[in-house]
Design a protein around this ligand. Sequence first.
Ligand SMILES: NC(=O)c1ccc[n+]([C@@H]2O[C@H](COP(=O)([O-])OP(=O)(O)OC[C@H]3O[C@@H](n4cnc5c(N)ncnc54)[C@H](OP(=O)(O)O)[C@@H]3O)[C@@H](O)[C@H]2O)c1
Length: 469
Amino acid sequence: MAAKDTATRFLGATITPLFKNPIPLHPNPEPPTTPSGTSFLPTSYGPSSLQRPLPKTLVFGVRHHSAPIDVRERLSLSEADLEALHQAITAHPNLLGCAVLNTCNRTEIYTVVTDVSAGLNALVTILSTIKGVDLLPYQPYWFSLLDEDAAHHLLRVTSGLDSLIMGEGQILNQVKDTYQASRQWKTCHPHLERLFQRALQAGKRVRTETGLAKKDISISHAAYERLKQEMPDFLQKRLTLVGGGKMASLLLRALHQALPESNRHRVTLVNRSPLRLKELCDQYGFQGQGWDAVPKLLTQTDVLFVATGAPHVLLEPDDFKHATPMLVMDVSVPRNVDPAVGELPHITLLNTDDLRSQNPLAFSEQQSVMEVAERILDDELTQYRQWLQSQQAGQTIHALRHHMETLRQDYLSDLATEDTRPLDQASRRLVNRLFHNPLVALRNETCPQKLETKLQVLQELFGLTPDDF
Ligand SMILES: NC(=O)c1ccc[n+]([C@@H]2O[C@H](COP(=O)([O-])OP(=O)(O)OC[C@H]3O[C@@H](n4cnc5c(N)ncnc54)[C@H](OP(=O)(O)O)[C@@H]3O)[C@@H](O)[C@H]2O)c1
């Protein structure tokens, strides 16, 4: 179905929820917890009597920890899907915005809801419709997290701690792109806006403060390491790379550094657009070929690396009928090489999930990165929590101001004098002065329970009513 058709269907229509019973939250495989073990949002949102509860942040999706590649590629979103998704969410009354993180490791939809169950149901329904898939059988692969868990998860993801290759750096830009797309679609609810800003800040800090920024960690690097293991004499072998994006470039750079100039003619690059092909060949000194050269190349290559953004299979078993015995590494998600190619006796086929053990960091290095990173994440989460609490306090502050202003105006209107200006100014200054300290105390309160108590006391002492809110 074309994106436009799907979006149009969502726009005017009432979406019938797929599920009659509430869908429970499903923190698969396990909920991330903050080091301190605190859970700020569910408890601090227990609103004081007159306050409206703040809406909740919800993330729903699949990720590589619990969903194998065949599930992830089934739910991966094309440009058209993304357009339909943003439009459907915009049109839905239970979903107050969204930011969609769609990478080879994960498809995650961040949203803001007032009713968690209805929101989750709506997300599942919309995604099922857009992908044309009954999502119920996929339930064991989903995960869904709320508020603090959702926030902590995004911060871990952005810092590369949740990546297939722990510490890889591509994810930071992918999260940045997600945030920018959400702003462009005008679906970036203020809670998402603030959460993504904190997450990007956390990601940058983790990369610089742990030294990850100086390391070469990526799927391409993992593929290169795996190649060295599988074929220790790979410098003497013939290599073909298909794709001219970030993944292919990173591998080209590694090969360029490893191969002496006399061996560079053994590497051939294939890309769809000739311009990009020429750019890369000029930069790294390898030869380039168009797509029509692929059948011939397959009869004279020992290693094939495939990484394109094509959302479908590009090479099928028939294409390898006359191929030389070879190692095929397809890091694309959705995969570009039909998995059935791996059943051919002369082909060894690997995908991204087969590379998860290739982390260049030793276990002890990973542990020390984690320790520093979790402290940074805790710090950034605290700042996000304080911002949310200020939103919570903001309602009562606003109500209090409204209440005082109404009283002040009442008194002024009762005065017999004609010129009320001096009294107006004096009473305004007096009210501001009287409320300065209590308001600062509310804004600075960092403990959710104490804030809740203070808000309730203020509401009771000043006799605030729902009309003030
Ligand atoms: N980025 C990561 O961290 C990462 C990690 C693991 C796996 N992957 C996966 O690796 C693949 C490539 O990622 P990337 O980040 O390198 O992507 P990218 O930078 O967006 O580059 C995409 C490349 O694919 C080519 N391409 C797009 N559609 C195509 C089509 N229909 N037929 C043939 N070629 C097509 C483009 O060719 P033109 O130059 O002609 O446009 C471009 O060279 C993706 O499947 C991605 O999910 C990415």
